[in-house]
Design a binder for this molecule. Sequence first.
Ligand SMILES: Nc1nc2c([nH]c(=O)n2[C@H]2C[C@H](O)[C@@H](COP(=O)(O)OP(=O)(O)OP(=O)(O)O)O2)c(=O)[nH]1
Length: 144
Amino acid sequence: MALKQIVAAAILDSLEQPTKLLSARRTAPEAMAGLWEFPGGKLEPGEGCREAVHREILEELGVKVRLGSEVFGPLEQGWALNEHAAMRVWFAEITDGTPQALEDHDLLEWVDLDAPALESLAWIPADLPIVHAVLADVEAGATR
Ligand SMILES: Nc1nc2c([nH]c(=O)n2[C@H]2C[C@H](O)[C@@H](COP(=O)(O)OP(=O)(O)OP(=O)(O)O)O2)c(=O)[nH]1
C-alpha cells in the first residue's frame, strides 16, 4: 500500500549561494512539539507535490518560494518518516515575504549550513538523514 505523502521545503537563503537553512520548531502533536523540521505537510487529494509545497509554505510561513532541486531520498515517495508516511523535500528560496510562524510552529531559525550548527537542533529523528542529504547536496552545488 502506498505511504501517506508528505511534502516539505528545505528553504535556503539563496539557491545559488546558500549559507543558511530555515528550520521550524513544531508545536503539535505533543510527541513532536519542540522538535525541529522542514516546513510542509500532507498532500491533499488531487494536488501535485510541488503545488502542495507552495500551498503549505504560504499557509505556514506566509511567503512565496521558488523551488530548486529535489533532495532525493531512497524511495520514490522520498524519505521514510515512519511505517505509514514518506516525505519528498525540495530546496527553495523565498521570492516574496518575510517568514513568520503562522501555523504549526512557534519558532523559525536561519541556521548555518554546517553539520555542527544543524546538529545542535533537536530535529524530528526521521529528519536527520534528510538534514545530512541537504548538507551533501549543498556541498555538491546541487541545490537548483
Ligand atoms: N512537515 C513536516 N512533517 C514532518 C517532518 N518530519 C516528520 O516526521 N514529519 C511528520 C509529522 C507529521 O506526522 C507529518 C506531517 O504532517 P503535518 O501535520 O505537518 O501536515 P499538515 O500541516 O498537512 O497537517 P494537518 O494540520 O492538515 O493535519 O509528517 C518534516 O520535516 N516536516
